[in-house]
Design a protein around this ligand. Structure first.
Ligand SMILES: Cc1cc2nc3c(=O)[nH]c(=O)nc-3n(C[C@H](O)[C@H](O)[C@H](O)COP(=O)(O)O)c2cc1C
Length: 192
């Protein structure tokens, strides 16, 4: 296969699969949810998590006002939910009602947590910085909701129990297969 080298970057962000999540927020009596594929853990101590959100999103306004957000990780069965909240804006509808999204109660913030999530974090905003046409919102994780039973004792996803929702761009969602797991000990491999 020929490797193409180009200066036109194209859809560089589709060159790798991303985990499709749902970011939740509330402010002034309004609650909302949006799909987010651009996000990352930043630090375990203190626990920091960041999401990249366009300031055009209604969700951004809510986070800027309330200084908090939630991030929800969904099993593949709930992928349709990601497409629903990623294809609509909360500026003119209540997505929770329209898509019949079940919520569970937060404990340290007021952000809605999704009942369908196998893991979700409540975050308090500690930084909001512009990079290009998106905002990089860093939150301190102040509460974690997770289904302990779907993880192994080492806190790794147990693929016998469920599989996560990944996004490869162009409205295409995929998931993982436990048949592909490779256990590669970095200490062994790091020796060369
Ligand atoms: C799979 C998927 C991933 C997305 N990832 C992001 C993202 O990382 N950042 C972003 O600003 N928008 C992202 N979007 C777009 C928003 O989810 C979309 O614009 C949504 O309608 C915003 O809703 P709101 O206006 O209610 O906030 C994504 C959409 C989809 C379908």
């Amino acid at each position: 296969m020929d490797k193409i080298i180009s200066e036109g970057v194209g859809k560089f962000y589709q060159h790798f699969p991303a985990v499709a999540t749902i970011v939740t927020a509330q402010a002034g009596g309004k609650e909302n949810a949006m799909a987010v594929a651009w996000h990352a853990p930043i630090s375990p101590n203190p626990p920091l998590y960041a999401v990249s959100i366009s300031p055009k999103r209604f969700t951004y306004q809510l986070i800027a006002d309330s200084k908090e957000f939630g991030i929800n990780f969904l099993p593949f069965e709930a992928a349709e939910l990601v497409a629903s909240v990623g294809g609509s804006t909360g500026s003119d509808m209540d997505k929770f009602k329209r898509f019949n999204i079940a919520k569970s109660k937060p404990i340290r913030t007021a952000v809605p947590i999704l009942e369908a999530a196998y893991a979700a974090y409540e975050c308090q905003l500690v930084d909001d910085r512009g990079y290009g046409d998106h905002r990089w919102l860093v939150g301190e994780i102040v509460a974690v909701h997770w289904l302990k039973d779907v993880f192994t004792p080492d806190e790794v996803i147990n693929l016998d129990k469920f599989s996560p929702t990944l996004y490869i761009g162009n409205e295409l969602y995929i998931t993982t297969s436990k048949d592909t797991i490779k256990s590669l000990d970095r200490k062994v491999y790091g020796r060369g």
